[in-house]
Design a protein around this ligand. Structure first.
Ligand code: FES
Length: 143
């Protein structure tokens, strides 16, 4: 069996939603200290709906595929859904990632949470600190 699924290869070769949003309502950025990869997510939000999302990922192929899939999964969705997006859902939507690449999908989950935190902070909106830790970073990043 190939190491990477067709979906991973597709999202790596043709990533969706690449770029920046100039007048973004929220920006999230996380890095993985170990591999040095960085992921940045831009959100445009109207009435609690993510009307646009873009990403810039300086990282491995799995990180790019994960960001691409994660942006597809939250585009057009309410903030509450984005808040509950897990790296597991991203991995499943990609038809799996090799075990040593799972942390790349965690980076995508954390980048979205970091952007949501930015939005809630900018707008003085209370949020669930269990879902968004105060110091958003990937637990696997320091393995
Ligand atoms: Fe760093 Fe994939 S190896 S995010």
């Amino acid at each position: 069996m190939a190491l990477y699924s067709d979906k991973v290869m597709d999202h790596f070769r043709n990533p969706r939603n690449v770029g920046a949003i100039e007048d973004a309502d929220a920006i999230g950025e996380v890095g993985n200290a170990k591999c040095g990869d960085i992921m940045k997510i831009y959100l445009k939000i109207e009435n609690d709906i993510i009307v646009d999302v873009k990403f810039e990922t300086f990282g491995c192929g799995s990180a790019i595929a994960s960001s691409s899939m994660a942006t597809e999964l939250i585009k057009g969705k309410p903030l509450s859904e984005a808040l509950n997006l897990t790296n597991k859902a991203v991995t499943e939507a990609l038809d799996g990632l090799p075990a040593h690449k799972i942390h790349c999908s965690v980076l995508a989950e954390q980048a979205i949470k970091s952007a949501l935190k930015d939005y809630y902070t900018r707008n003085n909106i209370e949020y669930d600190h269990d879902l968004i830790p105060d110091d958003v970073e990937c637990a696997h990043c320091h393995d």
